[in-house]
Design a protein around this ligand. Structure first.
Ligand SMILES: [Zn+2]
Ligand SMILES: [Zn+2]
Length: 393
């Protein structure tokens, strides 16, 4: 069984699936057309599946020999972006596959198509997880809660992201690292309740704008003064709303932002200190603050043993010159993290930016695209990883 040959043989199918999926994106859990498309293709392949979390799909390929269960996960959702690629197969749906999840879904279908024909040599099972709502971090957690990692119990999980998150991972290259690979993401929302009045009479008011300014500056001191300087932490306040005109002190101010951390202990510390600082500054100034700290998604943490064996499999597919060990994590986040909290596994990156073809736009850009020439690589690596896991039993 030659995964490179088998995957190249179905490269056209993978491209066609990707194009069909690209035309019909949805967002969040509302990806019915995508869901129907995948169900239909799995049915054609005679692969059994169940539906979880409204539009999530858990398919199972039962090997004919006893063994463990390896899960491979692809996310399927798009983004609320109006597409500007000008592609013949551009989205019809007022939202867009601007992160490459159409490619993830088509590569997992390719993996399914190959493996479904080799049940007689497979040891154990391959579980195919087609997940909605990654972009809003609302797909992995509910699928896990509904049992996607049970029955049969998953022993190992793999997943990939296509695109250009790491400039050194060029088209057709694989980037991977052990340990923390993406950041955790949290959302902060603060309302400062002061006392409004005449801008000339501040002593009769409690000014939420000056209090808000103090809070926003103080939050940055968590990063510069309280965190180990060798640990990455980002606090970005992305929006402030308050006041109506130049000579009135408003009643309240609202601001919100995102907090990114790599290490769980930093995440706990930042959450605690953000709440203390916002409440403390509000109360010392005679105001009150409603502080809402939403923990959205943890860091992707790649298991060292699984990642090392994965790298040996990837090496067989792309060769040493195309396998990049990532020196640093990225501060973007991925809800693949939830599977990796439950099961040892690896999340890796497949480069698909290609300046020669004008494929240069970043993720979540209305002109984002992927180089389809690399799409055979995903299934080839997944199939190789399954075979290698089987042969090491
Ligand atoms: Zn994205
Ligand atoms: Zn993505």
């Amino acid at each position: 069984m030659d995964p490179i040959k088998l995957s190249k043989e179905i490269h056209n199918d993978i491209i066609n699936w990707r194009r069909e999926l690209h035309k019909i994106p949805g967002t969040g859990l509302d990806i019915e057309e995508t869901y129907n498309f995948v169900c239909n293709e799995l049915t054609k392949m005679n692969i059994e599946f169940i539906t979880l979390s409204k539009t999530g799909i858990c398919a199972l390929i039962n090997g004919e020999n006893p063994g463990p269960t390896i899960a491979i996960r692809a996310d399927m959702d798009g983004l609320p972006i109006k597409e500007e690629t000008g592609l013949k197969f551009a989205s019809n749906n007022n939202c867009m596959h601007a992160c490459g999840h159409d490619a993830h879904t088509s590569m997992l279908l390719g993996t399914a198509k190959i493996l479904s024909k080799y049940k007689s040599i497979l040891k154990g099972n391959v579980k195919l997880i087609f997940q909605p709502a990654e972009e809003i971090s609302a797909g992995a957690e509910p699928m896990i809660a509904e049992g996607v990692l049970d029955n049969p119990k998953v022993d190992r999980v793999l997943g990939l992201h296509i695109g250009g998150f790491f400039p050194e991972v060029k088209a057709g290259m694989i980037g991977v690292r052990t340990g923390y690979t993406t950041s955790a993401v949290d959302k902060l929302s603060v309302t400062i309740n002061g006392k409004g009045g005449h801008g000339a009479l501040p002593h009769l008011c409690v000014d939420p704008i000056s209090i808000g300014a103090e809070m926003i500056s103080a939050l940055q001191r968590i990063v510069s003064r309280e965190i180990n300087p060798l640990h990455p932490v980002v606090i970005t306040i992305g929006s402030i709303e308050g006041g109506s005109t130049w000579n009135i002190i408003p009643e309240s101010v609202h601001f919100q932002g995102t907090i990114r951390t790599i290490f769980p202990e930093d995440r706990e510390l930042v959450e605690k200190r953000v709440i203390e600082i916002c409440n403390g500054i509000a109360s010392t100034n005679g105001a009150s603050a409603d502080v809402v700290y939403d923990k959205i998604c943890p860091s992707v943490n790649n298991n060292s043993e699984v990642t090392k064996s994965f790298m040996k499999s990837a090496l067989k597919i792309v060769g040493e010159e195309n396998l990049v060990y990532l020196k640093e994590p990225t501060m973007v986040s991925e809800d693949m993290a939830y599977y990796l909290q439950n099961v040892p596994g690896t999340f890796f990156f497949l480069g698909s930016n290609n300046p020669k073809k004008g494929i240069i736009y970043p993720h979540h850009h209305p002109k984002f695209d992927v180089d389809e020439d690399v799409l055979w690589i995903g299934p080839a690596i997944f199939v190789q990883a399954v075979l290698d896991y089987n042969s090491n039993l």
